[in-house]
Write a protein of this length. Structure first.
Length: 109
């Protein structure tokens, strides 16, 4: 539960959520920090601050390609965070709720 709390705290910032969504939308290729800063309309120093928080929670990773830093959303960590919430769904309810149904497997890996 501490990991989930840290991830939710990181996502409590609208700017961080914007960065994560831009990376999710970019898919497995990710985005360079320059393209990400442009896409999110924020200065590089501000982006760096938000990326650090997202990387500390495992929601984002960076890799170097030549002179560029490429950022990618870590879909496994995002899925684990979602599963954490959905696994708690209706556990104390007297009748099953809409999320009590088994989740369908996503075709995205």
């Amino acid at each position: 539960m501490p990991e989930a709390a840290a991830a939710f705290a990181a996502l409590g910032s609208e700017a961080r959520l914007q960065v994560l969504l831009a990376l999710v939308r970019a898919g497995p290729d990710g985005r360079s920090t320059g393209a990400l800063a442009e896409r999110c309309a924020m200065p590089a120093s501000t982006l760096s601050f938000h990326l650090k928080a997202l990387m500390q929670t495992g929601l984002v990773a960076q890799r170097r390609e030549g002179r560029h830093l490429i950022c990618t959303a870590q879909t496994g960590a995002i899925r684990a965070l979602s599963d954490f919430l959905l696994n708690q769904c209706c556990t104390e309810a007297t009748r099953p709720g809409p999320c009590a149904q088994p989740r369908k497997e996503s075709r995205h890996g």
